[in-house]
Design a protein around this ligand. Structure first.
Ligand code: PGA
Length: 247
């Protein structure tokens, strides 16, 4: 039985004051026994979050990481830097990075590799656009995106977390139905199984307008092992409801 993971993706939101209020409300409302929980914060707040989350059951995550170790890469943040702030997870290949920053499958695979080498769990995002879904290419797209990460990270692939995030569902209020999501998760699960003898332990999260109202149904699916939550992770009561739904 895989322990579920609920990870908040704050995206480019927050302030020192807002982060403190949100984390204090989350810590106060966390169930005594629950799934694994993480918040993925903007890089400038990692120091603040490291302090706020100390001695709490909530892990710290980053939203991206450089594919390089150090050097002339203006604006980039390395795995070594993330480690210094106690970061446990790093989202890689979010569709907003792929779309607005031109990140290719190869770059995403290299980022996952850097994270794994540093002992940070990469949350590798895959997902199709609306046009790709309508063209019947959903499986082809997500399998291609995951294949690049498997190819580069072969022997330690069982250490990654995968997040299936249909691009058309992100921030739109249009959630994939539990059946649609489960179907793609099963495809990804089969691909991971073919790549690793330890694939049973790999978490596959769903992301894309998961919220307090629809989380329980999505999380009840056989291959949905948690959620990557954007908008609803910024509201403590909603995020706590999703955590409770994950059990
Ligand atoms: P959303 O974002 O929950 O706001 O749709 C999810 C994500 O992009 O990770």
């Amino acid at each position: 039985m895989r322990k579920k993971l609920i990870a908040g993706n704050w995206k480019m939101n927050g302030s020192l004051a807002a982060n403190q209020a949100l984390v204090e409300a989350l810590v106060a409302g966390m169930p005594v026994q629950c799934c694994d929980v993480a918040v993925c914060a903007p890089a400038p707040y990692l120091s603040q979050l490291q302090t706020l989350l100390r001695n709490s059951p909530i892990a710290l995550g980053a939203q991206d990481v450089s594919a390089h170790d150090s050097g002339a890469f203006t604006g980039e943040v390395s795995v070594a830097m993330l480690k210094e702030f106690g970061v446990r997870y790093a989202i890689v290949g979010h569709s907003e990075r792929r779309q607005y920053h031109g990140e290719s499958d190869v770059v995403v695979a290299a980022k996952a590799q850097r994270a794994l080498a540093a002992g940070i769990t990469p949350i590798v995002c895959v997902g199709e656009t609306l046009a790709e879904r309508e063209a019947g290419k959903t499986e082809e797209v997500v399998k291609r995106q995951l294949a690049a990460v498997i190819h580069t990270n072969g022997h330690c692939i069982s250490e990654i977390v995968v997040a299936y995030e249909p691009v058309w569902a992100i921030g739109t209020g249009k959630t994939a139905s539990p059946e649609q999501a489960q179907h793609v998760h099963a495809v990804l699960r089969a691909q991971l199984k073919a790549a690793s003898t330890h694939s049973d332990r790999i978490l596959i999260l769903y992301g894309g307008s998961m919220n307090a109202a629809n989380a329980a149904q999505l999380l009840a699916q056989a291959d949905i092992d948690g959620g990557l939550i954007g908008g609803a992770s910024l509201k403590a009561p909603d995020f706590l409801t999703i955590i409770a739904a994950a059990g």
